[in-house]
Design a protein around this ligand. Structure first.
Ligand code: ATP
Ligand code: MG
Length: 209
């Protein structure tokens, strides 16, 4: 906890991370800095409820890649909370469990890209989600800024909760694009940390699309 402050401010970033890439990391770092968070915990999903239509890489590989990417940043942590839970991963369950595990009074901030939070009404129990944490949204290339902001304001009104915006450098990187590049034997250098690139090569991930 930052010296002199009584309440821990903990950022959580959930994702499939198939694989984790530099936009995830730069967004987490920007949120940490802008909102004086004590740490950011990356939470790779176990079985993502909304991605059951295409096969997701084994959770252990995704967890290992997130761990490699987070190494070296003393404020980044990785949690197995969703990987170890049976069945599909619901963010509301994760937030409740996190709230119980962290010191009483900790404040939770859930960091998401605008695409994710704009779809939040299809998540389980959005009302409760907004009560359990404060959302920090990153605009993301591909969604026009005005449309994203309009959507965020609508959610703020509906759930009587402020959504914070993080000023992170916009990087048009996605895990889907990285997977496609590997399948097509194209470079992913500078899109993922070197250690993640080496891990993908070593384990032959994404080669067959
Ligand atoms: P996929 O292409 O497989 O959907 P992704 O790149 O969107 O992968 P996810 O694991 O789905 O990555 O996303 C985890 C979180 O990171 C989500 O909240 C998502 O909005 C956010 N995120 C992903 N890419 C970016 C980006 N380029 N800029 C800002 N936020 C991002
Ligand atoms: Mg995504």
């Amino acid at each position: 906890m930052v010296a002199g402050r009584q309440v821990a401010r903990v950022g959580l970033m959930g994702g499939t991370f198939d694989p984790i890439h530099l936009a995830h990391l730069v967004t987490a770092e920007a949120a940490l800095e802008q909102y004086q968070l004590d740490k950011v915990i990356f939470i790779p999903t176990g079985l993502p409820p909304h991605k059951q239509d295409h096969p997701v890489t084994d959770a252990e590989h995704r967890f290992n890649m997130v761990t490699l990417a987070a190494a070296g940043n003393e404020r980044f942590e990785v949690s197995r909370i969703e990987i170890e839970r049976e069945g599909p991963s619901f963010t509301v369950d994760t937030l409740e469990e996190m709230a119980c595990r962290l010191p009483p009074g900790s404040r939770l901030y859930f960091i998401t890209g605008a695409d994710a939070i704009l779809g939040i009404e299809s998540w389980r129990e959005p009302d409760r989600l907004f009560r359990l944490c404060r959302f920090i949204a990153a605009l993301r290339p591909g969604i026009p800024v005005e449309r994203a902001r309009e959507g965020l304001r609508r959610l703020e009104e509906r759930y009587s909760s402020r959504i914070l915006e993080v000023e992170a450098p916009a990087l048009d990187i996605s895990s889907s694009d990285i997977r496609r590049r590997v399948t097509a034997s194209r470079s992913i250098r500078y899109l993922v940390p070197d250690a993640v690139e080496a891990y993908i090569r070593k384990h032959g991930l994404y080669r067959s699309g």
